[in-house]
Ligand binder design. Structure first.
Ligand code: ATP
Ligand code: MG
Length: 360
């Protein structure tokens, strides 16, 4: 099947800096894609290229079989909620939403109907006459969404639409945003630096790092089978242990089973999608829930920190010569306690990557 939105090797440099390098993504019609990355990874640049506010150095953007790369923003028929660009504060909610419709020459009756429809969609039906300065930040966010959706765009681009909300409000607004976008079934790219937001809203998640796509997959694929070390540590909690490959095993899925020696007599099994060989220096990346404190564990260390999240408790254990290991525990041990760590079986297999060399 042909993708609805086809982004093909899109690249952009500012001066000498390659901000986006050959980004390729394909979205099905109605799909919600979350573009996840650290600050400065190129997320806004990618969105501005899609919207037509920047011109790519090379690459193509195709929507429903039609190339739009050379088109001006208004021609593309995309809706956008900007990262820092808020509403017009001196205008009413209705006037804000009407703004884009007037530019497109909607007649008065159709315009009023459309405003009512999108206000209903974001659950703000009775707020049309309010000034923007008289509604809360969360409500403003919903109006920004309503304004972007009003002209019936074929694609919706959202740049960190929830980032200036309080954490408590953010989660609720996130859920409402997802519901609204799903209800109209619009193809959406949501930019965020928050993994939780990406996992909650995105059907699939694209992880961007330093202008390069690291991995594209469902939240579960990214969590269970990260293909790059950056993804393994950025998505979810994880600790990294250095080791050496002692044996390779075939495995039922596409990954290769790897035995990694962490210390004398301590060999843990991992899995990798990379080409590794016996004797290679590797990093083994393990999730805290795949570990437990045990009397007979094979790694010994000292508790250095604890972290109670309200639901789960993590403890950080310093292992001599290996580093710090985060373990999911039931009750918090005391800092300074000597503990030993075993793997929980069966559980998520640790991921193995060739050691990143940190030259120059
Ligand atoms: N117009 C520009 N001129 C020069 N450099 C730019 C320009 N726009 C962005 N950059 C640089 O490109 C890089 C990526 O910026 P971008 O805004 O795309 O990142 P981002 O992932 O959206 O970050 P954030 O999460 O902080 O919003 C940064 O190093 C930034 O300084
Ligand atoms: Mg940005």
């Amino acid at each position: 099947m042909n993708p609805f939105l086809d982004i093909d090797r899109l690249a952009k440099s500012f001066g000498q800096v390659k901000v986006l390098q050959d980004l390729s993504l394909q979205l099905a019609e109605g799909e919600i894609l979350a573009l996840l990355g650290l600050s400065g990874s190129g997320k806004t640049t990618a969105l501005r290229l899609l919207a037509g506010f920047e011109t790519p150095d090379h690459g193509r953007i195709v929507v429903a079989g039609e190339e739009v790369t050379g088109q001006r923003p208004a021609q593309r028929g995309f809706g956008m909620v900007f990262q820092h660009y808020a509403l017009f504060p001196h205008m009413t909610v209705e006037e804000n939403i009407a703004f884009g419709l007037d530019a497109q020459g909607w007649d008065a009756r159709r315009r009023q109907q459309r405003i009512a429809t999108v206000l209903e969609l974001v659950d703000m039906a009775s707020f049309g006459g309010r000034r923007v300065s008289e509604i809360s930040g969360g409500q403003q966010q919903r109006i920004a969404l309503a304004r972007a959706l009003a002209p019936e765009p074929r694609i919706l681009l959202l740049d960190e639409p929830l980032s200036n909300l309080d954490p408590s409000l953010r989660e609720r607004t996130r859920q409402e945003l997802k519901a609204a976008v799903q209800e109209i079934g619009i193809t959406t790219v949501l930019v965020t630096h928050e993994q939780e937001e990406a996992f909650h809203v995105g059907d699939r998640v694209a992880v961007l790092h330093a202008g390069r796509l690291q991995q594209l997959g469902t939240p579960e694929e990214l969590y269970r089978r990260p293909q790059r070390p950056f993804v393994a540590t950025f998505v979810g909690r994880a600790s990294t242990l250095p080791g050496t490959v002692t044996a390779l095993k075939s495995s039922p899925d596409r990954d290769l089973g790897v035995d990694v020696q962490l210390a004398d007599g301590v060999v843990w099994q991992g899995a990798t999608a990379e080409q590794v060989a016996v004797g290679d220096d590797v990093d083994l990346i393990v999730r805290p829930e795949a570990l437990r404190l045990a009397d007979d564990g094979d790694l010994r260390g000292k508790v250095v920190d604890g972290h109670f999240t309200g639901v789960l408790t993590y403890c950080l254990v310093q292992i001599p010569n290996l580093g710090n290991l985060e373990v999911l525990v039931d009750t918090m041990p005391r800092p300074g306690d000597r503990v030993s760590i075993a793997r929980r079986q069966p559980h998520l297999v640790p991921r193995v990557f060739r050691r990143e060399t940190t030259e120059g």
